[in-house]
Design a protein around this ligand. Structure first.
Ligand SMILES: [Zn+2]
Length: 303
């Protein structure tokens, strides 16, 4: 069994073929072009490169409805209201499964990754924003329209900083990778991050990796920012646990490489914020296992 999947991201399209166990046996990538026609041509080329395969699926960043229409693509230029599933199927001459990239990543971590064997899974990808996906009672949750799994826009502070969605204090303003940068710049401007600012050059240039480097050196200011960020991450994870009662919470995205720094404080704050912590089993909190290929692997599992 060879299943092919492509993850369409803002800068690149990553194609993989997986075997029956979910292991990647082929991999290829091309830059993401502008507009639907050029994108179809790139997908057709990737499909050719990945042949032979028994099924084909696509993961796409943004809102993908249940009919495989890509309604909105904030990170992919020139794409909106694009019936990608039917147009690609007619080009390739076979059916194509299409879903949101974070839903694909969730499917992959659940079926062949760190959450294998669980019946209820929450996955959050902490990047520029926060994407997510949920497995409830052994089913990937899609929602009435296919738009379920946007935990980044839970409001956790109505008086908080403005969000791209037009409201204030969404979870992703605090707990994403860019949320870490924002918390760090606030601390840097307040004079609390001398070492981090030295690494970055100046307070405005501070990014997450400067906090990570300084925290690895044991810098107390940097560790305090990581701890503050971990509290916000844990707050959202507890909200999601109250809604969904998962076995496993999976954290993916750019911070997966900093597992040694972030897992312990997130687990610590989670246990303190959890509702009725002594009356229930605590869900496991894990880092994603499949890295940047998770959405492409999940796309392959769709097909
Ligand atoms: Zn928002």
């Amino acid at each position: 069994m060879r299943r092919a999947g492509v993850d369409i991201g803002g800068t690149k399209c990553l194609g993989v073929v997986i075997d029956g166990t979910g292991s990647v046996i082929e991999e290829t990538r091309l830059p993401t072009p502008y507009g639907p026609d050029a994108l179809l041509a790139v997908l057709e080329q990737l499909a050719g490169d990945l042949q032979p395969y028994d099924s084909f699926g696509v993961g796409a960043a943004g809102l993908v409805d249940r009919n495989g229409v890509w309604r909105a693509a904030p990170n992919v230029g020139g794409v909106a209201e694009f019936p990608i599933a039917t147009e690609l199927a007619s080009r390739l001459g076979h059916p194509v499964g299409v879903d949101n990239d974070a839903a694909c990543a969730t499917l992959a971590e659940w079926q062949v990754g760190v959450a294998m064997g669980a019946t209820d899974v929450v996955m959050v990808t902490l990047g520029t924003g926060i994407g997510g996906g949920f497995v409830v009672d052994d089913q990937l949750v899609r929602g009435a329209n296919g738009f379920a799994g946007e935990p980044g826009h839970m409001v956790v502070d109505p008086n908080g900083p403005p969000c791209v969605c037009g409201r204030r204090g969404c979870w992703e303003r605090f707990a994403s990778g860019s949320g870490l940068t924002r918390l760090a710049r606030e601390a840097a401007t307040g004079g609390r991050l001398v070492r981090v600012v030295a690494l970055a050059g100046d307070a405005e240039a501070v990014r997450g990796e400067h906090v990570e480097w300084a925290a690895r050196e044991g810098d107390r200011g940097a560790l305090a920012v990581v701890d503050e960020w971990a509290w916000w991450v844990a707050l959202g994870l507890v909200n999601l646990t109250n809604l969904l009662d998962p076995d496993v919470l999976v954290m993916g995205g750019g911070l997966a490489g900093a597992a040694d720094l972030v897992l312990a404080p997130v687990r610590h704050h989670f246990a303190r914020l959890l509702y009725a912590p002594t009356q229930r089993p605590h869900p496991r909190i894990e880092m994603a296992a499949l890295g940047e290929r998770s959405a492409a692997i999940g796309a392959a599992l769709l097909g």
